[in-house]
Design a protein around this ligand. Sequence first.
Ligand code: CP3
Length: 362
Amino acid sequence: PAHHIAFEQSAGIAAGSRFVRACLRQPVDRTPVWLLRQAGRYMPEYMAVRKHHSLLDICRTPEIAAEVTITAAERLGVDAAIIFADLLLPFTPMGLEFEFLAGEGPVVHRPVRTAEQVRALRTDRVDELSYVAQAIEKVARHFSAPRVDGDQLGIIGFCGAPFTLASYMIEGGSSRNYVETKKMMYGDGAAWPLLMEKLVTVLVGYAAQQVEAGADVIQIFDSWVGALCVADYRRYVLPATAELVQRVQGLGVPVIYFGVDTASLLPSMAETRADVIGLDWRVPLDEGWKAVGRGCAVQGNLDPITLFAPDDVLRERVREVMTAAAGQPGHIFNLGHGIVPDTPVESVIKVVEWVKEFSRHE
Ligand code: CP3
């Protein structure tokens, strides 16, 4: 099948990429670094594009999505580029309409609240998302040659995790208490598992397109999973999430599984058998690594708001994360969550430089 070819191609690329090597816990010349939301509103180059295009226009136009992805990675000097897209894009082929409202974030017009609505969700139109794969192809072509230091830049495709996507579908947008989501989870023994299963089907197909197009690694964002206690995570979310992780790994790429506010969930998240667990900033990196076990790589976990701190404080905080990782194979430096608007670009660039300075193996 086609993904076997992609696997062989990306396996060839992987050998020269310190980012991919670190995902597999192989030794690297220095700690790889990239940053969540590295292409975002803090960056003037992104805002210049946003002046003329909506967020969804950018996502759905491969030339522009690729340009935004490439510009951010090159401006920052990071070791991986994450494709510019959004978690909610798969909603359209599933039959849900949504939009992004300024200041409010995503709004789903007719939130999914009943078993009948879950049954109506489509899983057979993933092909409509091919614009994301087309953008990845352009990014992969741009970065096909090794950089000056001989390293191959890693290309990250991504999708949402079943719980986080279900929460947007059911709440109709961002949420504080996830009341409607938990109502379906606790109250409808048929609708919830069916929703999880449908999401896994769509997300595996979507990830396969991205891998075929040249993604070296897939990151699965479970941004809001920290709303769950361990028992509910294990009962209602872990089975579908583990299935997703393992089926994406079956495409031939390492998987990064990331959530926020996950300190208590980390051992259970590691049971998905993801190659890398993304740590948020609340847990000290060494404790988080212990919690997931040394069989996983870890990604993280500087508090993104430290980017507003004076240089001496920020530099020390970067050093603390590096010290906690202790140069062990399998650490990818990142933030504990995304860069927020108004973050000083110079501070972001300095963090990348400091990671390189602190981690270079002589
Ligand atoms: O470099 C990058 O990381 C950018 C690519 C990217 C976007 N969304 C573009 C975007 C990625 C990886 C995402 C994933 C995403 N989308 C997540 C998971 C990451 C996380 O932060 O936990 C989530 C939860 C979403 C859903 C989403 N999209 C929300 C809640 C919002 C509004 C909040 C906000 O920051 O404004 C968005 C909009 C969005 N997606 C923006 C960007 C750059 C900002 C809005 C804009 O440009 O108008």
